[in-house]
Design a protein around this ligand. Structure first.
Ligand code: FA5
Length: 357
């Protein structure tokens, strides 16, 4: 009588070292295949007498089932091993890809205007200002009327505005009765900002503006301003001047020479022009400062009562200041850029000189 236990042990010892699917299938066939060891034993049952068959038959069948089950389990574990091996081989080596990128892809840099704008926004945010945005396509109310510049006011000619209609055609209005234009300054945001707030408040609003102007070293047709407004009680010109100087010191990280002179803007009273000593020529005279050694940078003033009224604020109770920083000119002064047109050139050799991402 064959020893089924020995056959079982031999099968198991052989099975456990196998690592390939084909090897397992071969082993299984050696035992329970058509002419396999166990299959032959089962065939021999018919030659046994009834008692032997009764004692041996179930054990032989159990062995057959055991071999089949063990083979199936081994096949499943080999499949898992192979999947894991494949995953390990296909793993993406991120550091390798990066090395390749460094060689083949050039990294860009932030535009210098973006760098300065972010820096200024951070300074103002740290002083409790909100940062607002506004539409580039404006109506004449926000660009002029709300700023104390009615349609017959000569100050409308101070900024050569791009209109969507003939500005002299009084009938020319859009479907909802408004004359549209490309905003000529960020002061449009003053009334928009005031209407949603109760004093005291303070905000800045950076953004591009559009003017039909002849370009030169310090003038563009599309340029950037940064509007600022602070409204509260008992705000004075001294506060305004201190504030402007502090901001310039923060931006330039050193004392810069500035001068304040009277300036006329219908939306402030009194109004000032704050000029900076030209840092391109150090005041000697160049194309940026038009040979005068000073650059107009930061007009400002105390908000006119009519503007406060347009913003829903009682001028008898509250007052405040506003300013309109020329951001492109500030960038020029900070980085020593001698022509504003470089900023809009799109020339990557220019842009890549500044801080990388
Ligand atoms: C204004 O636009 C006023 N809205 C500023 C203001 C706001 C005054 C609040 C008082 C209170 P102005 O036209 O001067 O003002 O322009 C402001 C600044 O923008 C200038 O000092 C200058 O730095 C810059 N700027 C003006 N025109 C150009 C231009 N064509 N190209 C580049 N920068 C310009």
């Amino acid at each position: 009588m064959v020893d089924l236990e020995k056959i079982k042990e031999k099968f198991l010892a052989a099975l456990l070292v196998l690592t390939k699917e084909a090897e397992v299938l071969n082993l299984k066939s050696e035992y329970v295949g058509k002419n396999g060891v166990v299959s032959e034993i089962l065939k021999s049952l018919k030659d046994m007498n009834a008692d032997e068959r009764k004692a041996f038959g179930p054990k032989a069948n159990e062995l057959k089932d055991f071999i089949q089950d063990q083979s199936t389990m081994r096949l499943a574990s080999i499949e898992v091993l192979e999947i894991n091996k494949k995953l390990a081989e296909d793993r993406i080596d991120v550091s390798l890809t990066e090395q390749i990128q460094v060689k083949t892809i050039k990294h860009g840099g932030f535009h210098p205007r973006t760098l300065i704008q972010q820096e200024i926004e951070d300074i103002f945010l740290s002083m409790g200002f909100d940062v607002l945005d506004g539409p580039h396509i404006e109506d004449e109310f926000h660009n002029f009327e709300a700023l104390n510049i009615p349609s017959d006011h000569p100050a409308r000619d101070m900024q050569d505005t791009f209109w969507f209609h003939d500005p002299h055609d009084t009938e020319a209005k859009d479907k909802i009765g408004k004359k549209r234009l490309l905003r000529s300054h960020t002061s449009t945001i003053q009334v928009r900002g005031m209407l949603g707030r109760k004093p005291p408040f303070r905000f800045i609003a950076p953004g591009i503006v559009f003017r039909s102007e002849r370009t030169d070293a310090s003038h563009e047709m599309v340029f950037t301003q940064l509007e600022g407004m602070m409204i509260g009680k008992d705000i004075s010109v001294a506060n305004l001047i201190y504030f402007m100087k502090t901001i310039l010191k923060e931006i330039f990280k050193k004392d810069v020479e500035v001068r304040l002179r009277p300036g006329y803007f219908p939306f402030v009273e009194p109004g000032f022009e704050l000029d900076i000593r030209c840092l391109i020529c150090e005041g000697k005279g160049c194309s940026v400062c038009k040979q005068i050694g000073w650059v107009e940078l930061l007009p400002c003033g105390m908000v006119h009562p009519n503007v406060l009224k347009a913003g829903g604020i009682d001028p008898e109770v509250f007052n405040g200041f506003a300013f309109g920083l020329g951001l492109d000119r500030l960038v020029m002064m900070k980085y020593g850029i001698d022509d504003i047109r470089h900023l809009q050139s799109g020339d990557l050799r220019f842009n890549s000189q500044f801080k990388l991402f």
